[in-house]
Design a protein around this ligand. Structure first.
Ligand code: CP
Length: 337
């Protein structure tokens, strides 16, 4: 989305939240959305289904691995076990109004971008809206909730400083979708962003280039550092979470992840944990954000995530409001204003 369109959606989401639930009832009456989760989810699943029910719509949850033929791209078809995505999209969009999909990592063979291509294939053949509930490149609904939280806490965002940081986890399996979507949304909104990560955790170069262009147009600064303390210093908000190293994912489907190398780069950076001492380097009243689920004592200390600087539960609640706004924007835009 362009920066003005994104700002309009963010404003509409904040306004829709203020009117929820009494003055938003019926916004999605008689609208049906199909939900396909290839990966686990607590927040995304629960907030989408709760929000859609409260707005009067119908949710149909389809398990891609059990009960339907697994939607597949042509190069991964198995007779009477999978079904071509273009056929699934055409059929579902003739019944309902939206198809929402979560897919990243193992279901797409860990080849970076392959899950995103599955979502694009749905969108190419669907007459109904297709919603990204997190793929391997982007998590746009999370980013909208993040930006709502930042606006509620910080007010006008232009010129405010956001640190987006990699953090250690005992698992290497978290995708880069959250930092990439957040980075794009933040620079579009004029925030000065410092991206902090050890060298092996660089984000997608295409996303970085897009972020630089949005930052330039918005008059915002974008800086990358390999020093966590440098990244946190002076920030108004610190968003620190783990993500995998794109360097150690396979290039082609069927090839293995280089798990030894992946674990090695993680273990070399165990000290990338946000604790109270680090938060003291940030600006006074700075907040800590995380999309959850968080790995306690690895990505973040209990004292930070449970403490007064934690904004994470407001952020989690905003998933509901962000997605209500997205669904309404797509399926009944008149009800959003
Ligand atoms: N943040 C997020 O997407 O949470 P879930 O994985 O629980 O949906």
């Amino acid at each position: 989305m362009s920066a003005p369109d994104y700002r309009a959606l963010l404003d509409a989401a904040l306004s829709f939240k203020r009117r929820y639930p009494l003055h938003t009832e019926g916004a999605l009456r008689n609208r049906t959305i199909y939900f396909l989760f290839y990966n686990p989810s607590l927040r995304t699943r629960s907030s989408f289904l709760s929000g859609l029910a409260r707005l009067g719509g119908n949710a149909i949850v389809l398990d891609p691995h059990n009960g339907i033929y697994t939607p597949a791209l042509p190069d991964a078809e198995i007779p009477y076990s999978t079904e071509r995505i273009s056929d699934v999209a055409r059929v579902l969009s003739s019944y309902g109004d939206g198809i929402a999909i979560r897919m990243y990592g193992a279901p797409a063979g860990w080849v970076y971008g392959a899950a995103h291509r599955h979502l694009e294939a749905f969108a190419e053949s669907s007459r109904a809206a297709v919603i990204n509930m997190e793929c391997d490149r982007f998590h746009p609904c999370q980013a909208l909730a993040d930006m709502m939280t930042l606006r509620e806490r910080l007010g006008e965002l232009a010129g405010r400083r956001l640190c987006i940081s990699w953090a250690y986890s005992g698992s290497w399996h978290k995708p880069v979708a959250v930092p990439q979507s957040l980075l794009l949304a933040a620079v579009k909104s004029g925030m000065d962003v410092t991206l902090a990560h050890p060298a092996p955790f660089a984000l997608d170069p295409e996303v970085m280039e897009a972020a630089r262009q949005f930052a330039h147009r918005a008059g915002a600064q974008l800086r990358v550092t390999e020093d966590l303390r440098d990244g946190v210093a002076g920030a108004h908000a610190v968003y620190a979470k783990s993500w995998c190293s794109l360097d150690h994912l396979p290039q082609r489907c069927g090839e293995p992840v280089d798990e030894t190398a992946m674990r090695d780069v993680f273990e070399r950076h165990r000290d990338w944990c946000i604790d109270a001492n680090l938060m003291r380097l940030a600006a006074p009243q700075a907040g800590y954000l995380h999309c959850l689920p968080a790995d306690r004592a690895q990505e973040v200390s209990d004292s930070v995530i449970e403490g007064p600087s934690s904004w994470v539960f407001q952020q989690a609640e905003n998933r509901l409001h962000a997605q209500n706004a997205v669904m309404t924007h797509l399926l009944n835009p008149g009800a959003l204003s």
